[in-house]
Ligand binder design. Structure first.
Ligand SMILES: C[S@@+](CC[C@H](N)C(=O)[O-])C[C@H]1O[C@@H](n2cnc3c(N)ncnc32)[C@H](O)[C@@H]1O
Length: 495
């Protein structure tokens, strides 16, 4: 029993420090099945190889198919000394399989830091030119890398700027592929829309043809990245070719033996031509696709509506001494997501752990906003919540105060720092809480975080439509299907 506990805590440490999450066999096999035609002589890279599951799946496929590959040279990188024996054993097994299939097999295991070693080799020739690969299969480690970390500095030397190590792995691998070389990877989906991954997306899309995308849709298959519920994505990409006209997007639940649903989607629908953020939309289900079709009919931006969305300005730990659990003289209401209550604000919540008030003084005033009608959304939803987008109306009739504090875990919609017209705010409330917008949102975001950038990038109904929706919605605590009926009536009329 004690042994099991020690093992489990060591495994958890390895997950935290090394981003070590090993790929289950069926997933590794599915990944290996995605490669297209291979050259006779294959140079394979497996960076962050763990116990070699991905290379083993690739080797099994090649041996089974036996369609012309005569030589297989495998290069593996793995920093963890404790997993080296398992990796070696796996590669020896691959050697036997290849011998039986008449394929010449060689492998090198580098017990080294892939990021550091390849950044150095790519930026100067001191240690010889960088290696070149025909094929790469990867489940890179995922963890945040600090601005001054060794990994970040190494990557910066070759012009790669990213805050998560997995994107660094992919950017390096892309650079090491021969023209026409193929990459199959499994990574978190966060790079598809996160504001911090914009330059990575540009680099990725400019150098790799996206040939196939696959998403897992179950919670079981999701994992946590930086404390945020995160979905996985698998992609097959080819170095140095133009993006295809259309590609296969598939999805499965991630559970054992589940069905893979496939759809062909135009590339122009996945990355929109004029999108400066280069979001990668993955409408993997028919609901996503239907929602996307409706949303594509909308052309009004938030800016045209005269509305801005900002992240709540009160970062509570920076203003700790000014926070109060209960309202008192000299304080103003401080609002957190815990004050959301079925569409409206319930304040104060004295039984909770969060402060309800903040002192209004010289230090805090720059972070407060004048009271008015605001639309608030949660920045983080729990995985139990039905929708990713949860909006709530702040109405001064519910909370009487001249000034307010909006805490950093929420976004607020405002008109140049002031409150909104009521009907417009209620219209936005209905729109953002609708299933259509939720499904559309899920087509480009695989995590439970809703960034202000995501809300800025959405297309909205025009002002008149939003105001009409707002005046028709009498109660904010409508059941979901009632709210959807109302929103869809207006959106269909729009098309
Ligand atoms: C997500 S795991 C995947 C392992 C294996 N590829 C699989 O699919 O089962 C990532 C692996 O990368 C290794 N790793 C982490 N940082 C690394 C680095 N800088 N260089 C090489 N390997 C690294 C970890 O020890 C871990 O085994």
């Amino acid at each position: 029993m004690l042994n099991a506990v020690i093992k489990e805590s060591a495994a958890r440490r390895r997950q935290g420090e090394l981003g070590q999450f090993l790929t289950p066999l069926p997933v590794a096999d599915f990944m290996a099945s995605l490669f297209g035609a291979l050259p006779n002589s294959v140079r394979l890279l497996d960076a962050g190889a763990g116990a070699g599951a991905l290379t083993a799946a690739f080797v099994s496929r090649v041996c089974e198919k036996n369609d012309g590959v005569s030589t297989l040279d495998v290069t593996l990188y793995e920093v963890d000394p404790l997993i080296q024996d398992a990796l070696l054993e796996r590669m020896q097994h691959c050697q036997h399989l290849c011998e039986d299939a008449g394929i010449q097999f060689s492998f090198i295991i580098n017990e080294a830091d892939f990021i550091h070693e390849m950044s150095v080799r790519l930026c100067n020739n001191l240690f010889g030119p960088p290696p070149v690969f025909d094929v790469a299969i990867v489940n890179p480690p995922y963890r945040k890398i600090g601005n001054d970390s060794m990994e970040r500095l190494s990557l910066r030397h070759i012009g790669v700027e990213t805050s998560n190590i997995y994107a660094g792995f992919i950017a390096l691998i892309q650079r090491l592929l021969a023209p026409g070389g193929q990459l199959v990877g499994i990574t978190p989906r966060s790079f598809c829309n996160g504001p911090y991954f914009r330059s990575f997306r540009e680099d990725f899309l400019a150098n790799l043809e996206v040939n196939r995308l696959h998403v897992f849709e179950s919670r079981g298959a999701a994992f946590r990245d930086d404390g945020v519920l995160q979905e996985n994505i698998i992609f097959h990409a080819i170095k140095g070719r133009k993006q295809p006209h259309e590609l296969v997007v598939s999805s499965s639940s991630g559970e054992h033996g589940d069905v893979v649903a496939e759809r062909r989607i135009l590339f122009a629908e996945i990355v929109h031509k004029n999108d400066s953020e280069k979001f990668i939309h993955i409408p993997s289900t028919s609901c996503h696709a239907a929602a996307k079709k409706i949303m594509d009919g909308l052309h009004t931006t938030l800016a045209t509506l005269g509305v801005t969305v900002s992240t709540g300005r009160i970062v509570d730990f920076r203003l700790k001494s000014a926070l109060r659990l209960k309202p008192e003289n000299g304080t103003v209401p401080l609002l957190y997501p815990c004050h959301f209550n079925g569409g409206t604000v319930h304040w104060p919540k004295l039984a909770g752990r969060k402060p309800n008030a903040i002192l209004d003084n010289e230090e805090t005033r720059p972070w407060l906003v004048k009271s008015g009608i605001y639309l608030l959304t949660k920045r983080f939803t729990s995985k139990e919540e039905r929708r990713r987008l949860v909006a709530c109306l702040f109405d001064p009739k519910d909370v009487v105060a001249e000034w307010l504090g909006f805490e950093n875990h929420l976004n607020y919609f405002h008109a140049s720092g002031h409150g909104l017209d009521r009907n417009l705010a209620v219209g936005l409330f209905a729109f953002l809480n609708s299933t259509v917008v939720d499904q559309y949102f899920r087509s480009f975001s695989g995590h439970t975080q809703v960034n202000a950038t995501d809300l800025r990038k959405l297309a909205y109904p025009d002002r008149k439509t939003l105001q009409a929706m707002g005046s028709e919605l009498k109660r904010l605590d409508q059941p979901q299907d009632e709210l959807d009926k109302l929103v869809e009536k207006y959106l269909h009329a729009h098309q």
